[in-house]
Design a protein around this ligand. Structure first.
Ligand code: FES
Length: 152
């Protein structure tokens, strides 16, 4: 087992400092922490202190949000990056490769959707059998026969 590296006080940032440095509201930092995307330590007075390396995580979360990438995907990308110790260059390289794979899948999905949307705009049949946008891979067919409502 690898011993955790302790952070000296000057390497720790308060939640307010994290918010100022990242431009992310304090409430969002708490939310990200609740999801396990970032982590803090507690002072004797039970205040949060973030290791400086959390800045990079928050920056990447912000980029992901701007690109419309769900936080679940961010969590997957961060899965093998240590949370309680300073990640190594190799840790971030691995995360970057995972991230790239996720973005590639997303790009292919958007391209497929774009092609189907172009066909549907010219069609408008709303057929649960024929329309791949309304019923991708005939998902509703597995739930039984008969009419299905279009989700709104
Ligand atoms: S609306 Fe007709 S195929 Fe999608």
């Amino acid at each position: 087992m690898v011993a955790e590296r302790m952070h000296s006080p000057e390497e720790l940032l308060s939640v307010g400092e994290m918010s100022r440095r990242t431009g992310v509201p304090v409430s969002s930092l708490h939310y990200y922490e609740g999801l396990g995307l970032i982590a803090s330590q507690r002072t004797a007075g039970n205040q949060r202190r973030y290791p400086r390396h959390m800045l990079r995580r928050v920056a990447l979360i912000s980029v992901a949000k701007r690109l419309g990438i769900p936080l679940d995907d961010v969590r997957d990308a961060f899965a093998d990056v240590p949370l309680s110790t300073m990640p190594s260059h190799e840790d971030w390289q691995r995360a970057s490769r995972q991230w790239k794979k996720t973005l590639e899948q997303r790009r292919r999905g958007i391209e497929r959707l774009e092609q189907e949307l172009t066909g549907c705009i010219g069609c408008g049949c709303l057929s649960m059998k024929a329309c791949n946008l309304l019923n991708p891979d005939d998902e509703l067919g597995e739930t039984g026969t008969g009419a299905r409502r279009v989700p709104v």
